[in-house]
Every structure is written in C-alpha cells, then in structure tokens.
Design a protein around this ligand. Structure first.
Ligand code: AMP
Ligand code: ZN
Length: 135
C-alpha cells in the first residue's frame, strides 16, 4: 500500500466507500463523479501506478471481473451498452495514479461522449506503424 494514495485507502478499507464487490485482490467501488448511473471502478488492492506496472495475473483477473460486472449492470441497471475505459498517464486522462478500470454502463439516452476523433492515415503510414510494432 502506498501511503499517499487515495485508491489504496479506498481499496483497502482505510476510507469507507460504496463497495459493489470485494475479494482478496480487488475492491469495486462507485465513481464519485459518474459518467452514467452505475459508473464503477475496479481497484486492485495492491498499488500499481498504471498498466505498465501491473502484474500479469492482476491484469487478467481484472478483465474477468469486468466481464462479470458488465453482465450484472446490463441485467440490474438495464444498461443498453457498456464501455470499459482505462487511462494511463496524464496525457491519456489519468488523474489518479493507482491502476483502475472504469466500468461505464451506457443508456440509449445518456448523452455521454466517450471516444476519439478518427484519423485518416495513408496505407503506407499504417504499414509503417504495423512494422514498428510487429518487430
Ligand atoms: P482517471 O481519470 O482515469 O484517473 O479516473 C479517476 C476517477 O476517479 C475519476 O472518474 C474520478 O471521478 C474518480 N475518483 C476520484 N476520487 C474518488 C473517490 N474518492 N471516490 C470515488 N471515485 C473517485
Ligand atoms: Zn495506490
């Protein structure tokens, strides 16, 4: 646990919060400033700043947990869709530097925008990028 980390404190029960799920490795809480009704955060109890630091088993288990909760949100909140968002680094929108997955139930009339501006690279540019990453 990192002393000055708010999500370490929430995940480990030092600060009480709304908990949707808990096991020995994770706590799932409601986001304090939700994008939509039910917006939740999967928090590993062990501190990692972001995805680069995350142990492989925690990464795998977090996604299985996201899958379970997506079905629960669909069924209990009658969500029409579901976004999983995970930000790494300030430039990518990370504001709390303890790894977390955002679970965002979506509703037909929720008015939210979660996405990006589509680019238009040439076939050559795409090929160069693929080559860079596949080496
Ligand atoms: P990110 O921008 O991906 O780092 O997301 C941080 C999220 O944490 C934001 O959606 C905040 O609303 C949420 N948040 C910050 N502090 C708290 C808190 N004390 N309890 C619940 N959610 C929080
Ligand atoms: Zn932490």
């Amino acid at each position: 646990m990192k002393d000055d980390c708010i999500f370490c404190k929430l995940a480990n029960g030092i600060i009480p919060t709304n908990s949707l799920y808990e096991d020995e490795k994770f706590k799932v809480i409601l986001d304090a400033n939700p994008a939509t009704k039910g917006h939740a955060l999967i928090l590993p109890k062990e501190h990692a700043d972001n995805i680069y630091d995350l142990p492989d088993d925690t990464a795998a288990e977090a996604f299985v947990l996201a899958k379970k909760l997506s079905a629960k949100m669909r069924d209990r909140l009658h969500a029409d869709g579901f976004n999983i968002v995970q930000n790494n680094g300030e430039v990518a929108g990370q504001t709390v530097f303890h790894f977390h997955l955002h679970l965002i139930p979506r509703y037909a009339d929720d008015g939210q925008v979660i996405g990006w501006k589509p680019g238009k690279p040439s076939a050559e540019e795409l090929q160069k990028t693929a080559a860079l990453l596949s080496e």
